[in-house]
Design a protein around this ligand. Sequence first.
Ligand code: SF4
Ligand code: SF4
Length: 173
Amino acid sequence: MKKVTKIIRIDADKCSGCRACEVICSAYHAEPQYSIVNQKRSRIRIFRDEENDLYVPILAGAYTDVECNGHTATIIKGKEYGDCSFCRQSCPSRDLFKEPDSGLPLKCDMCGEPMPEGGIPMCVKWCLTDALLYVERTEDDETGEVTERVLGKTEPAEVLATVAGVGRGAASE
Ligand code: SF4
Ligand code: SF4
């Protein structure tokens, strides 16, 4: 039997830190849709270390009410980053992935149902560097074979047209 899943594949090496994904995610989920841009409401955030030219897209995962007691460190290009740097969880230890007014947790819903036009998540559409790709992954239980296929992306010209459609009232950090 074949199991098919769709995932957003992140290639941090290609991320420029432009934060377009944060902008469109917050605008797409605003009520009314596209009425406001506030990256604090985005379900994708970019971990940024400009000094070291490191940008890592992080998609919001599920909320946990357990205070983190992990003690891990990640070393990239000789620099050490702490516990929370690349964590996806919304949790009591920090403000990330919480709706700024209510404090309610935010979780990536893959842009919900129905999906945006074309069936591609908005952050993927707006990522012009291919740091985010929407991938269909097929796993064959019998043979163990895994195949992946990149699903269509909006051409840059169309993306720019969508940018122009985003409402006013922009607010960023
Ligand atoms: S898939 Fe949709 S909900 Fe998830 S981070 Fe991207 S734009 Fe936001
Ligand atoms: S849109 Fe792409 S390149 Fe820009 S910050 Fe997001 S993931 Fe990185």
